[in-house]
Design a protein around this ligand. Sequence first.
Ligand code: SF4
Length: 314
Amino acid sequence: MKNKLNSGYRHLFGPIPSRRLGVSLGVDLFHSKVCTLDCVYCECGKTKNLTVSQNEYVPVDNVIYELKNFLSSAPDIDYITFAGSGEPTLHSCLGDLIRFLKCNYSRYRVAVLTNGTLFYEPDIIKQVLDADLVKVSIDAGSFENFDRINRPHHKLELSKIIDGLIKFRKQYNKELWIEVFIVKNINDTMPELNKIKNIINQIKPDRIHLNTLDRPGTESWVEPVEKSVLTDIAKYLNNAILIDKDEISGKISGNDIEKFIIATVKRRPITAKDVSSILKINENDADKCLNALFKNGQVDKKIMPRGIFYFNRN
Ligand code: SF4
């Protein structure tokens, strides 16, 4: 069955086809960026609300209404993924939403993409135990680099976060992945990588993913490491898997392209190459579509060293 796109929804985005998650419907539990961190590489821009306080940031009933509506046609998707413009564990109803999906739509797997910083709280761990996949982030092994890269809320401590992640792994027996984001000249040194490796070995994830900058982050000084360096780091970090933004499979067709672009730029900048890779369409067609949206005033664009990026027009 063809997946319908849903830019008319406020809390759902995609579905996005990817090799790692199959076809994934995104659920965004925030209207603007709310996070426990303010990472220098964040594609969502600067954190507007830096907090460790849980809240019902968007009404859970509205999210359930949209999920029921979208899932009523039994779309052919593999994952429903909590991600988007904030840290999902900050939403006080995340656990209820995961249970709602597992009880009523058990054919779909549920993923949570989280920075994992709140797992030192036993209640936060409980909220995600029913998910089929949890992906957390570890970008620093030292307090200094945690501050430099992740710019945490003042109440967060790296040692407490690591203890929380180790406790979480002991209770969570489903898929746990760790993503490490490498920032050139900061966490790409051997002493730092050694510390990160030690943390990973204590948490014992099922998979490790390695990432570096490939689109504008929050801070313009952030630089990616070269592919060869990333490959060496991947080997050192227990044969981590390199995140390749081109490794996407599946198909979304026709009129859905524009809707996909509009829904995506609300969350992150995108290039014609991204659209081409994700939707498996010709890059020229992606370029034409992006330009048409730009001329209509629906997206903005900026020429960057790594190509032309299209942004949400505020
Ligand atoms: S990258 Fe993730 S954890 Fe970091 S600021 Fe952005 S949303 Fe928060």
